[in-house]
Structure formats: C-alpha cells, structure tokens
Design a protein around this ligand. Structure first.
Ligand code: KIV
Length: 272
C-alpha cells in the first residue's frame, strides 16, 4: 500500500519542504553504487544519500574520516547514473569544507559538476555557518547534519547519544534554527533524544530527517547495508533490519562453493 500523499515525478528540495508542510514523511536511504541506487530509487525512496559512511561500509575503514572528495565523487556519479526519481544528496567528506568557506565552495562545486548530484550535506552548526552561506550563495542546496556528527568522533570519543545535557541540547536547537534561517533545505539529526528531536522538528519549517532520533521528526534515514542486514556487527537500538542478507548471502556463496567443487554447476542447461 502506498502512503504517499502526492505523486512526485522527481523529488526536488522544494518537494521535501512541501512534504513537511503536508505532513508526509520523507524516506531516505544511503547508496554508494549504481546497482543499489537503482533498486532504492525504483522502490520509491525520496532521497538517496551518498553518505561518507561509504568509508565504513564500502571501504572498511573504522571511521568516516579517511574517505576523500575524489572517492565521494566516484560513488556519487555511479548513483546519479541510476536514478530517475530520487533527490541525490552527497556528503562533503571530512577535510573538504572545514578550513574555509572558499574551500567548502570549491569542494561543493566539484561534487555538483563531476557527479551530477543535486545537493550536498555537511556536518556542524555555527562553526561552519560561513561555509554553508558561501555554498548556498552559489546556488547549491545544502542539507545540515547535527547531533552525533561522525566526522567529529575523535572529539566526542564515543558514538553514544548526543545532546542529553541541557547545554548541548540548547546549542543544537540554536544551530537548527540558524541552518533554517540561512537557507538549508533540510537537517539530519543523528542519535539524539526523541523528545528533543521532535521539539526541533516542530520549531523549524524545513524537514528534519532523523536517524536514531525517534518518530516525531519529518523523515527517517538509515544506512542501506545495515537495514538489509548485509552488515551484522553493528546493532544500535534505532536500527530496524528488514532482511538478513548476511546470512542469506553466506548461504548462497556456500552453496555455490559446494556446487562448483562437486561438479554440479554448471549443469547441461547452463552451458552452450
Ligand atoms: O554518511 C551517512 O550515511 C550519514 C547518515 C548516517 C545520515 O550521514
């Protein structure tokens, strides 16, 4: 059963703001390659995030810090070639926007020109305000990302829930309002208390997309490899697994191994 209230032939940043106004929840998943993006797009997911989580799930790094701008552009251009409907948002990787607004703009322009993505996402609040303003001034849509910002993992020291204390919660609320005011089209809120996330979503007119931020926000995002169970060592409370592909794929590979070794594959019908 479809739960969409309005058909969007192509999802744009404006569609997302309209969806919030209409009370329609926004669905977002990551993808990093052509084949996965094609499936995600054809399932009707509104936004595909080419997340820097590619650093973890595609390249096997412990954190998101090592992935480069060139690598993000490679992943994003593969995704863009696959999609017909979804909005493609591309993460600015660590080190490509923090030092100064000019560099942030140069990195964003490279993403837009070389990958064909539709918007960029970056982590942080008032610390990166000038960079965001510069990117927006060039006509590039920006999605913010507050709460647990994995590019700052060495500052936090842990992937635990953020903004449980008053001071951090207040800053987060101010940052969300600032992101709305300067012209971001949406904000990701990662791993914060559900009550706070709802308060933020109710206080701004741009969509708040949550991951581990409860159900009072305007949409949800998950890392696709986690939600289809290709990864199996990462088990946060917020993760709903829709498949157990790790088990299914392991079983398939074992069966293939057995079939090759026993001479069962290929059979007569599987040859020329
Ligand atoms: O990189 C990523 O996948 C993300 C999501 C977890 C929001 O930023």
């Amino acid at each position: 059963m479809s739960v969409a209230k309005k058909e969007y032939k192509r999802v744009t940043v404006k569609s997302l703001v309209d969806m919030k106004a209409l009370g329609e929840k926004i669905s977002m998943l990551t993808a990093y390659d052509y084949t996965m993006a094609k499936i995600v797009d054809s399932a009707g997911i509104d936004v595909i995030l080419v997340g820097d989580s590619a650093s973890n799930v595609m390249a096997g790094h412990e954190t998101t810090l090592p992935i480069t701008l060139d690598q993000m552009i490679y992943h994003a251009s593969s995704v863009v070639r696959a999609i017909e409907r979804a909005l493609v948002v591309v993460d600015l990787p660590f080190g490509s926007y923090q030092s100064d607004p000019k560099e942030a703009l140069r990195s964003s322009i490279r993403i837009m020109k070389e990958s064909g993505g539709h918007a960029v996402k970056l982590e942080g609040g008032k610390e990166v305000k000038d960079s965001i303003k510069r990117i927006l001034a060039a006509g590039i849509p920006v999605m913010g990302h507050l709460g647990l910002t994995p590019q700052s993992i060495y500052k936090f020291g842990t992937y635990t829930v953020r903004a449980k204390e008053e001071e951090e919660a207040e800053k987060l609320k101010e940052d969300a309002k600032m992101l709305e005011k300067i012209g971001c089209f949406a904000v990701v809120l990662e791993k914060v208390p559900a009550k706070l996330a709802k308060e933020v979503a109710d206080s701004i007119s741009i969509p708040v997309i949550g991951i581990g931020a409860g159900n009072g926000v305007d949409g949800q995002v998950l890392v696709v490899h986690d939600m289809i169970g290709m990864t199996h060592e990462f088990n946060p409370r917020f993760l709903r697994r829709y498949l157990d592909l790790y088990a299914d794929m392991t079983q398939a590979f074992k069966q293939y191994n057995d079939d090759v070794k026993s001479g069962d594959f290929p059979n007569e019908k599987e040859q020329y």
